[in-house]
Design a protein around this ligand. Structure first.
Ligand SMILES: Nc1nc2c(c(=O)[nH]1)N[C@H]1C(S)=C(S)[C@@H](COP(=O)(O)O)O[C@H]1N2
Ligand SMILES: [Mo]
Length: 198
């Protein structure tokens, strides 16, 4: 007899290999948490292989079409957190604000303090990828990425940069912070792409 939900909704089938589900939401990053006093000084720079560089203010970002996405997140250190609801802007909406040249195939997300992460353009552009300002209906706390963080749930969560300040478009792949330290250039949890030698 089968008492569970639909087979595809069984928790065990939502958790990639060698991950453990956590109910709490850990805070994990390298470096310092930025605290913003004045969001008028904040902007998001879209640059690199583009026709013309663009800077979006916080208000311009918040005026873009809003979306809510539900997903599971998987940190490479082994925890997964299921059923997150994020509110924010689809990366596809952000991309409408800039003319990216067709040769651009990779993205580097730039965060505060020079922290970076790289990913293929097609992963950044997926319709499940977003820039979030809220989680489960609450504005992100400084620790979790206020005012804006990337959420790219189909890749290990280190690609989901907190405190995003820029998106750089590249023709050639270039490693970000953890990637320079041996982490994977793509990082798909279901393939366990943790390190560059995996
Ligand atoms: N700017 C920045 N973003 C970052 C990191 C970081 O060190 N700096 N760490 C990443 C890692 S390894 C993880 S698991 C998630 C953790 O997000 P959380 O603290 O909201 O759980 O943020 C990612 N984004
Ligand atoms: Mo992580």
């Amino acid at each position: 007899m089968y008492f569970g939900k639909e087979k595809s909704e069984k928790v065990s089938e939502r958790v990639p290999p060698n991950q453990v589900v956590t109910k709490k939401w850990p805070v994990l990053h390298y470096g310092n948490v930025p605290y913003y006093e004045d969001l008028n000084k904040w902007d998001l720079r879209l640059f690199g292989h583009v026709e013309e560089e663009v800077r979006l203010t916080y208000d311009e970002i918040m005026d873009l079409p809003q979306t809510e996405l539900k997903n599971d997140i998987h940190c490479v250190t082994g925890w997964s957190k299921l059923d997150n609801r994020w509110q924010g802007i689809a990366t596809q909406e952000i991309l409408k604000k800039v003319n990216v040249l067709p040769e651009a195939k990779y993205v580097i997300i730039h965060a505060e303090e020079g922290w970076t992460t790289n990913l293929p353009m097609e992963d950044f552009m997926m319709d499940t990828s977003m820039l979030a300002h809220s989680h489960d209906g609450d504005t992100l706390t400084p620790e979790h990425g206020f005012p804006l963080r990337a959420v790219v749930p189909h890749l290990y969560f280190w690609k989901s940069a907190k405190w995003v300040r820029g998106i750089e478009f590249l023709t050639d792949n270039k490693p970000g912070f953890w990637e320079r330290n041996g982490y994977h250039m793509v990082g798909r949890p279901w393939k366990e792409e943790r390190f560059s030698w995996d």
